[in-house]
Design a protein around this ligand. Sequence first.
Ligand code: NAD
Length: 489
Amino acid sequence: MNPQFELYIDGHFEPGAASFDSVNPATGQVWAKMPEARTEQVNRAVEAASRALSDPTWGALTASARGKLLYRLAELVEKAAPQLAEIETNDTGKIIRETQSQIAYVAEFYRYYAGIADKLEGSHIPVDKPDMQVWLEREPVGVVAAIVPWNSQLFLSAVKLGPALAAGCTVVLKASEDAPGPLLEFAKLIHEAGFPPGVVNVITGFGPQCGAVLSSHPKVAKVAFTGGPETARHIVTNTSHNLAKVSLELGGKSPFIVFADADIQSAVNAQVAAIFAASGQSCVAGSRLLVDESIKEQFLALLIERVARIRIGSPNDIETEFGPLCTERQRGTIEAVVQRSLQQGVKVLAGAKSLDQDGFYYAPTILDCTDVELPDCITKELFGPVLSVDTFASEDEAIQKANSTVYGLAAGIFTTNLTRAHRVSKRIQSGIIWINTYRAISPLAPFGGFGLSGHGREGGFSAALEYTTTRTVWLRTSDDPISDPFVMR
Ligand code: NAD
């Protein structure tokens, strides 16, 4: 029998108001039943989070004790990484070597925020008045609605839950309706770690019936959202009701710039990882290669040769390097954009077709766009294994092309010229710049985007402050009586 997952609300596991099938993208077959939360359950989850906020079991806990709970959660995530990875691979099609290593590293994010819990200090303010003590206290912002997409969901949840719990907030975490299995399983670790009931609730459901109810709920104080720009617009509209704080981590169309003086083999290897890891379903995918025209042929020859050797296969096989897309719907979108781009005149250097086998496989694809002015495959985020190739003749042209989309999440710069690296990185409109590397992340380093890639930063110390609000306290220190304000002297 297929596994059946449950919602986690107010410290209890329960079925959804309805349920839906989850399909294994490698086979196209249903592999699990998922619970669907609708209005009543979403409301109950928010009410539970709201009660937990002031319940002494959480509200009166010291910051150090909150940190210890986060440490315990980190240990449990590390131990459960193999099982969580297997569920994520079955549910999303992401290859097992990626899910295993990514989830093991997720534990480091909880450890980092565990250490921050008792370092969110207030401050003393030396005001311009005599006989006054004024200080700033830091308080949790309140109930957080954390809404995530299906890709890298344990990681994208950790960068919200970690700082939220460190700050003393409570959370309703909404997993995507596409492949929610890993987060529903993760709820068991929250329970085992000993967080009081209602502090973390894990639900899933569809956008309008679940995500919209959650993000517009009057008791939600902050919405931490990761997903596409179209959904982000709904989030902003939804929060016009509760006026919640909003952080948005959205899509990207990140340039990968290779100068003629780069270490070419390193740049080729990094480019393969940048666009074909996770089958391109990554917000920071380096999906636009901009290569100096003088090395175009040499670079592409090495790239095409390596891409031809990518091992495509079952995501559950540790030897597999490239798996299916998460949904058939996503594959259809990619097919349509690639077809349109071909009609606009781009040339196929590799792939550009679905694979003739079970599951939602789309071939690693490279499209030469050098003779076409901004085809669809350059301007639209495909969230798939499609690399567009363009060239430049000067540093200025590389920068102008890099900055030519509405996005600004990440950029790669490959050069051995130190002064150029500094110059170019300063002029790229992007929240993350990787120089002679790509995709490096750390709990200590903030990430987030410019433009339609969103606002707010996740990761790092400053992200924890985003889950706090401040209270300014004034204390008069004089024992002299306060004079009657209406008696003239
Ligand atoms: P999506 O925007 O379709 O869905 C994200 C979440 O929003 C899901 O949980 C969904 O149920 C929910 N949602 C949908 N409609 C809603 C509504 N009306 N109100 C509230 N919630 C609603 O995203 P997706 O297609 O699952 O994921 C892919 C997108 O996410 C890509 O654009 C990708 O670049 C982006 N992404 C960004 C980052 C980042 O850190 N910047 C990381 C990963 C993915």
